[in-house]
Design a protein around this ligand. Structure first.
Ligand SMILES: C[S@@+](CC[C@H](N)C(=O)[O-])C[C@H]1O[C@@H](n2cnc3c(N)ncnc32)[C@H](O)[C@@H]1O
Length: 302
């Protein structure tokens, strides 16, 4: 189990994977450039006190949040230490498996996750949302943003027989066989509701793959997402395909050939490919709402 947790995110070069996380962070900032604060959508107010970033990766989101909210202590937790040499004094990094018992004493106002797809089994996700629910202050917020690994085009420019067209289903198959579905963007809303979160809201995006859009901002997003893919490709693919590839695990050489095809297709500017992406944010009920809910549940005949 531990090997699985570690290896799903180990790339041939950790430095390269951290570089991919950084490019992904910038891409998400540009994607929501029209917002005064592109770091989150949940209405957490001007002076939150305690913020948690689960699976913080390189830690850039946590550092930016600590800079933005000097009132808050921002904790970033990951099974790997982030490669940071400097952080604001109100930002703390901890190395731990988030599914282990939480020992933080202060309740959080806000818990954030980004690109955690494929990290947990369905039971693991249920446990995690429950841990988040329990650790949030009443009225506190959770927010998660996840990519759909499948690639689409709206104008037929993505050829059905291309490697990119089948890329997503290939990896969804691998992750299902590994017991950690990559369809997190489809399941997270329901899992949050199941944990008791209310006021659930979501935003859908189409993230271009490459600088093909005419719109200036989307062109930049596409350029960044292309760079994100190039930096992350081998880390995403090698372990899953050599362990869980179909019809049988692939050899390293087969994966390398496959990835060269993907790189070539990504460079084709005639393909107007994109990946769907979903952001969901939701609130823990206030103390009054919890009391009212309890009263309904304990009413005779209910
Ligand atoms: C794809 S990266 C995303 C990093 C960061 N959230 C971002 O958006 O740049 C997923 C991160 O989740 C971490 N992770 C996976 N399973 C974890 C666990 N059980 N506990 C803590 N962190 C975990 C990985 O180590 C990795 O850094």
């Amino acid at each position: 189990m531990w090997e699985l947790i570690i290896m799903l995110y180990r790339s041939p070069s950790d430095e390269q994977q951290f570089e991919a996380f950084e490019i992904g962070h910038i891409m998400f900032m540009v994607l929501d450039h029209d917002r005064e604060n592109p770091l989150h959508h949940a209405p957490i107010g001007k002076s939150p006190q305690h913020i948690l970033d689960i699976g913080t990766g390189k830690g850039t989101w946590a550092i930016d949040m600590a800079d933005m909210y000097s009132s808050a202590t921002v904790r970033g937790v990951d099974i790997f230490p982030p490669p940071v040499t400097w952080m604001p004094p109100n930002c703390l990094f901890e190395v731990d498996d988030i599914l282990r018992e939480w020992t933080w004493r202060e309740p959080f106002d806000f818990i954030h996750m980004r690109l955690m797809l494929g990290s947990f089994t369905p039971e693991g996700w249920d446990q995690l949302y429950k841990q988040c629910y329990d650790a949030l202050t009443p009225g506190g917020w959770i927010e998660q943003i996840e990519l759909d690994v499948r690639v689409y085009s709206d104008d037929g420019s993505l050829k059905e027989d291309s490697t990119l067209a089948t890329w997503g289903d290939n990896f969804i198959g691998c992750s299902d066989r590994a017991g950690r579905s990559l369809l997190t963007q489809e399941t997270m809303r329901g899992a949050m509701e199941k944990a008791g979160f209310v006021d659930v809201q979501e935003k859908l995006y189409k993230i271009p793959l490459g600088p093909w859009p005419k719109d200036k901002v989307l062109k930049e997003v596409g350029q960044l997402q292309y760079a994100h893919w190039i930096a992350a490709l081998e880390g995403w693919a090698m372990w899953l395909l050599t362990k869980f590839g179909a019809p049988s695990p692939w050899s390293t050489e087969e994966v390398q050939v496959y990835l060269s095809k993907v790189r070539a297709e990504l460079r084709n500017s005639r393909t107007h490919a994109y990946e769907p992406c979903r952001r969901v944010w939701a609130r823990k009920p206030t103390a009054e709402e919890e009391m009212a809910d309890l009263a309904i549940k304990t009413e005779p005949g209910v």
